[in-house]
Write a protein that binds this ligand. Structure first.
Ligand code: DX5
Ligand code: ZN
Length: 261
């Protein structure tokens, strides 16, 4: 019998305490790292408790990145929570191998995977946390029937496939709507779902998405494009906090981080 997410292994907040505290979490995306030196690149972002791993199949998205053997090779060298963002269709044939490679969460796309309920149940049964991702053209309401199975929702703020694209502000209402759905779901069930965004996150856009309700911010080029990654991650988190508090202006945060764009 497949387990429900609540019954599978430890809770998301136990694995990533920042998620429990409701603090914005910066998740570096390895897609923008130097692929000739992946292990060392990963070590430069070790201050972040969450690592985003973009798996692309050249079919669901027009690009191919890396897959299970690479993730498996990296796993022993990091303590971070490994979240595999699977831009793969169909994804079902690969779930067991991904669990075996040591990922902590699998984030699958609603688009291109017909039997989403079955897919999400299988991920939980494998002992992994369950993430779902929505492309920009997909409305938030498609998740209404699967919220009980989900630990993390990832809103794509670019069309998936490539790093370094420009943030789509048109996705902000969707983030707000999902934040509301998550609150309502928590009132009903007592279970908190983490809301994330992926694509075009930098010092300027981080406060916009946290003000809209996002708590997990995937950042590729804005982290790996800088030499001092720990300082960059800290600056992004400060910008994210500023958006959440709504108090300080984005310019204040940028002014305190001269190395940032
Ligand atoms: C894009 C990937 C993203 C990518 C984000 O399809 O899903 O995770 O790494 O890159 P940036 O942060 O550069 O937009
Ligand atoms: Zn991604």
């Amino acid at each position: 019998m497949p387990q429900s997410p609540a019954a599978s292994s430890r809770s998301l907040s136990a694995q990533v305490p920042e998620a429990a505290a409701g603090k914005p979490l910066i998740a570096p995306s390895l897609l923008s790292a130097d692929f000739s030196d992946l292990r060392r690149e990963m070590e430069t972002v070790a201050t972040a408790p969450w690592l985003h791993l973009d798996v692309m199949d050249g079919h669901f998205v027009p690009n191919i990145s890396f897959g299970m053997p690479v993730i498996k090779a990296l796993r022993p060298h990091s303590k971070a929570f490994f979240d595999a963002h699977l831009m793969v269709s169909p994804v079902d044939p690969h779930l067991d191998a991904l669990a075996e490679a040591g990922v902590d969460q699998m984030t699958v796309h609603v688009e291109g995977n017909w039997h989403l309920n079955r897919t999400l149940q299988r991920i939980a049964a494998l002992g992994c946390k369950v993430g779902v991702a929505l492309c920009p053209a997909t409305p938030p309401e498609v998740l209404g029937e699967v919220l009980e199975l989900v630990d993390t929702i990832l809103v794509m703020t670019v069309n998936p496939g490539f790093g370094g694209q420009t943030f789509m502000p048109g996705q902000l209402p969707k983030i707000r709507r999902l934040a509301q759905m998550i609150d309502e779901n928590e009132e009903r069930t007592g279970r908190r779902i983490l809301l994330g965004v992926d694509g075009g996150i930098n010092l300027q856009t981080a406060p916009l998405v946290t003000a809209a309700g996002a708590r997990l911010l995937v950042a590729g080029s804005s982290v790996f494009g800088q030499k001092d990654r720990p300082a960059t991650i800290a600056a992004l988190q400060a910008a994210a906090c500023a958006g959440e508090e709504g108090g300080r202006s984005v310019e204040d945060v940028s002014a305190r981080s001269p190395s940032m764009r």
